[in-house]
Design a protein around this ligand. Structure first.
Ligand code: MF3
Ligand code: CO
Length: 259
């Protein structure tokens, strides 16, 4: 199904604010990345995220998010370990050596959202796991490279999907990227696979969150009884990376880039 919904175009002034939101998101994500180690809990990382967001005069986008009658999301971060794909709720469980964890962070600044995520290894992981992380991140940057004026949304999707396909990974179909602005989720939906040359024509001023998700096994997912956590049905390891980017006349600008 391909629905051609209107995509908002941000003005120069709006982009300036979104750049500020994105910078704060990157700063806080860098702090979270440094805090990941065996023994740390999701709740501790969530507390850190909330404090660091507040210090920067911003708000945690995800707190209280409640689409379609779901229980309001409690965290500033999503914290998804191993076979959990996305939207895991930070809890008391401590990370262990050999885990992988996806940390997804939303930062709202002056009414505009930035949305970005990374997956990292806790200590040493097997080569197959390290490769899953590298390939999933590489697919994100390949997608970003296609985010150019005159290209099509399908060019982004196809570039991301090609990496997953080449590696023989499960490419998750139920979730994908999205437009970002005053709302965290704006049109269009961005699939993590597809055909080049189809879908929306990309224009300067569009802002998108690209978020590839791949698994070592089968791509089927299930939602857990907390109504949020999404895990792989077959229990296989999964990875997720996300950046918020603006499409400009000079090429893609990564608003949430760390460093
Ligand atoms: N990057 C995630 C997404 O776009 C953020 C979800 S936040 C939550 O779906 F609050 F819904 F968990
Ligand atoms: Co997102």
């Amino acid at each position: 199904m391909s629905v051609m919904t209107a995509v908002t175009i941000k003005s120069k002034d709006e982009l300036a604010i979104m750049r500020e939101a994105g910078r704060r998101n990157a700063e806080v994500r860098a702090i979270l990345r440094d805090a990941v180690r065996p023994g740390v809990t999701g709740l501790e990382l969530d507390r850190l995220a909330k404090d660091e967001i507040a210090k920067r005069g911003a708000e945690p986008t995800f707190v209280g998010y409640a689409p379609g009658g779901r229980p309001p999301y409690p965290g500033a971060i999503c914290y998804s370990v191993n076979d959990e794909l996305v939207h895991g709720i930070p809890g008391k469980r401590a990370l262990q050596e050999g885990d992988i964890v996806s940390i997804d962070l939303g930062v709202t600044y002056r009414g505009y959202v930035s949305d970005a995520a990374f997956t990292c290894a806790v200590g040493d992981v097997p080569e197959e796991t390290a490769e899953l992380l590298r390939v999933t991140e590489a697919s994100l940057w390949a997608g970003i490279d296609q985010a150019r004026v005159g290209n099509y949304l399908g060019d982004i999707s196809a570039a991301i999907g090609a990496w997953g396909e080449r590696a023989g990974y499960g490419i998750i179909a139920e979730y994908g990227g999205h437009g970002v602005g005053r709302e965290m989720h704006e049109p269009p939906h961005v699939l993590n696979f597809g055909r080049p040359g189809v879908g929306h024509r990309l224009k300067a001023g569009m802002v998108l969150a690209l978020e590839p998700m791949f698994a070592l096994g089968n791509p089927d997912t299930e939602e857990m009884s907390d109504h949020w956590t999404v895990r792989m049905r077959d229990g296989s390891l999964s990875a997720h990376f996300e950046e918020t980017i603006a499409i400009t006349e000079d090429g893609p600008e990564v608003l949430t880039r760390i460093g």
